[in-house]
Design a protein. Structure first.
Length: 412
């Protein structure tokens, strides 16, 4: 029964592919008097699989985007002692549908001095990398859309395309607030991309592969719970997971790292001159990118789709990603926005040296013997001590000036 529900999506996909091939054979017999050749049937099946994968992934995460906006508004409302959306549908659940209709019907205003081609292309260019990143994540057992040997590198390479799109939006708007917001976004994303990638390096070192499928397989364990080999339980894995979450928050321009959209300084940042559905595409790219980052964090540190055999593997993957998204929403309702100098100092003076030292800690873990329980305990304690020492050094000496109070001088 467990295997049935675990592979239900694949079973339905195989049934649809078989149905399409059968229909193709019927059409070929009717038109040509003979069924499809073996090569033609294979091409039809492969094309149908690609279409099904794209429709399923993009359809599911487009729905998740709408539900995430509702969830964020509800959670922030509870944090701020408000009700949140409660008019459209039960518990305001269809509020995102009303918002989507509103965005589709709003007027598309383009500034007279804007570079109209760049201004038009930027929303589409920013959304494309966010959608493509899902192609490299294994969503469940036997559910990897692509099984690349370099999937981790491909994920980061595709995600880097959003930086160009944000700069296109600011540059094409010909607005000083837009260009300042775009420059902030590019500087921030490049700065935090370095610790983000370095946080994933220890996992690649231990597994010996850049394939996300092999990384998930390395965290699997026999038995009912299937949780004991998740990398987050190791000292270097826990430190890498925290680094990854912080860097992913900054990469997604989420609070407290949402400086590119500082309302008090830049009105709305790089998308200040966008309205209607173009603005909705920027909004969608932010949330879908956030969910993709959550999926990569689950894949690298939380065992991917592995979990107790109470739920199908794809439900474990989605559930873990949902918890990370909730954590990001909770941060937005809790922490104030950083200053620009604090933001950049934290990336270069705190996260970068800590991520580099975590790589050294992982190398120590890799070479320590772990054949017995006692040896595993010693390796765990040694690496935990190294992580704690690195945190103490970084917090005490490296970033001592990063959080220094600003001194204001007033004219007499």
């Amino acid at each position: 029964m467990y295997n049935f529900f675990d592979q239900l999506i694949l079973t339905l996909g195989a049934w649809v592919v078989g149905l399409v091939v059968a229909c193709g054979n019927g059409v070929s017999k009717f038109c040509c008097g003979q069924p499809l050749s073996e090569a033609a049937a294979h091409n039809v099946a492969a094309g149908t699989e690609i279409v099904l994968i794209c429709v399923t992934i993009y359809g599911v995460f487009a729905l998740c985007f709408g539900l995430a906006t509702w969830l964020e508004r509800k959670m922030l409302a509870r944090i701020q002692n408000r009700y949140g959306p409660n008019r459209v549908g039960p518990f305001g659940l269809f509020q995102f549908v009303a918002d989507g209709v509103k965005m589709l019907t709003k007027e598309d205003i383009v500034p007279a001095r804007a570079d109209k081609l760049v201004h038009f292309l930027a929303p589409a260019v920013v959304l494309a990398p966010a959608l493509l990143m899902f192609a490299f994540l294994p969503f469940g057992r036997n559910m990897a859309p692509t099984n690349l040997d370099t999937a981790v590198i491909a994920f980061f390479a595709v995600g880097a395309g959003s930086e160009m799109a944000l700069f296109m939006a600011g540059w094409g708007s010909r607005n000083k607030y837009s260009i300042l917001g775009a420059m902030r976004a590019v500087a921030q994303m490049i700065s935090y991309e370095i610790p983000l990638v370095l946080a994933a390096v220890p996992v690649v070192m231990v597994v010996g592969s850049l394939s996300t499928s092999q990384i998930v397989a390395a965290q699997g364990a026999d038995g009912f719970l299937d949780m004991s080999r998740w990398f987050v339980w190791t000292p270097w894995g826990f430190a890498g997971f925290i680094l990854f979450l912080v860097a992913a928050t900054a990469e997604s321009n989420r609070c407290p790292f949402d400086l590119p959209e500082g309302e008090s300084e830049l009105v709305a940042g790089f998308h200040v001159e966008y309205s209607g559905f173009k603005f909705a595409l920027f909004f969608m790219a932010e949330y879908i990118g956030m969910m993709a980052m959550a999926g990569l964090g689950v894949t690298l540190f939380l065992g991917g789709w592995h979990g107790p055999k109470l739920l199908p593997s794809w439900m474990w993957f989605m559930g873990k990603g949902f918890l990370i998204v909730c954590w990001l929403i909770w941060l937005r309702g809790t922490l104030p926005r950083l200053r620009v100098d604090q933001l950049m100092a934290f990336a270069w003076k705190a996260m970068l040296p800590f991520a580099l030292f975590n790589i050294f800690t992982t190398a120590v873990w890799f070479h320590l013997p772990k054949a017995t329980l006692l040896q595993s305990a010693v390796a765990w304690l040694v690496t935990a001590a190294l992580v704690a020492a690195a945190y103490w050094v970084v917090s005490r000496f490296v970033c001592r000036r990063a959080g220094a109070l600003r001194v204001y001088h007033y004219a007499s």
